[in-house]
Design a protein around this ligand. Sequence first.
Ligand code: PMP
Length: 359
Amino acid sequence: MSGANRKHYFGAGPAAMPASVLEQMARDVLDYNRSGISILSIPHRDEAFAEILQEANELVLQLANLDPEEYDVLWLQGGGRMQFAMLPMNFLGPDQQAGYIDSGHWAHDAMKTARYYGNAVPIATSAREQYRQLPAWPSHLPKDLRYLHITSNNTIYGTQWQQIPATPVPLVADMSSDIFSGKRNYQQFSLIYAVAQKNLGPAGVTLIIARKSFIQNPVRDLPDVLSYKAQVKAGSLLNTPPVGAIYNCLLVLRWIHENGLDIIIANNEQKSAMLYAAIDNNPLFQSPIKGSDRSSMNVVFTMKNPEQEAGFISFCKERDIEGIKGHRSVGGFRASLYNAVSISDVELLVQAMKDFIPG
Ligand code: PMP
């Protein structure tokens, strides 16, 4: 929505998308590239879609600064939870160990899912702190880990790893809520996955970036649909892929590329700095997260008097500010500042916090 009706939307996912992307997508739903056929109807094995996939894969590797000789890109279905299962299915045998950094609900779920396949051990955890902080980074890692899994940004609690130390074992990251949003050395990872519905596009597709050497030897026989190696061999075309969702992701990737990732990162830093300052400087609000652990993507905050929270949500609604209610397990507020959320959207939220007088 680019018209007068457009809300300032801070939802955690499915999330806001750039207005120009939505406009282009709307045109292509009616008539893709003047073909007379909708993007939702073009055949997945035709040249037109081959070009879409190729450009999307190239842009992903370019934005991540990764060498196509070393890394493959996949677009799969089943969301984050499918990756929680597919990862250990491929790489964790029944007598083997994998390490998990237990930094939140999704990280924990990934670890629990891995236990269907092998020994998934918490290498660090902040469960006792209700995940309101990141755990301390482990001082040493067991050497026999098949991989170490980390969730780079904890969407529900609003914590984020700014720096991720080098690891002696293959590092795997769930980057669902912060891919292409901040400074990252993508080369340190053996496998990255990210659901699309936050920073990349619509729900229905998950991006996977995998080091070729890492996915070559699955630990067990798997049906092709569950094997990274077989999926790469089929070029994300083993089954009918979500053509429209992947195309929509391509439009977002182009938008990131055209704006410049550096500019987007600088905007994100400005957006989160503005909002955290507004929280810290306002006697009505507070952040439960200490400075160094704070996420630039999901800003979680509360009111010192929780009884005033419903009033603030209504006050925001009157100003067309939507999607700030906190996750049901945490309460309070969560403003998601993904790439498509603009500086002016955040300025409006900050102004609303200043103007709010509890009734
Ligand atoms: N990982 C993270 C970091 C998430 O935030 C989410 C969901 N919001 C998931 C995984 C789960 O994704 P899905 O609902 O697509 O399974």
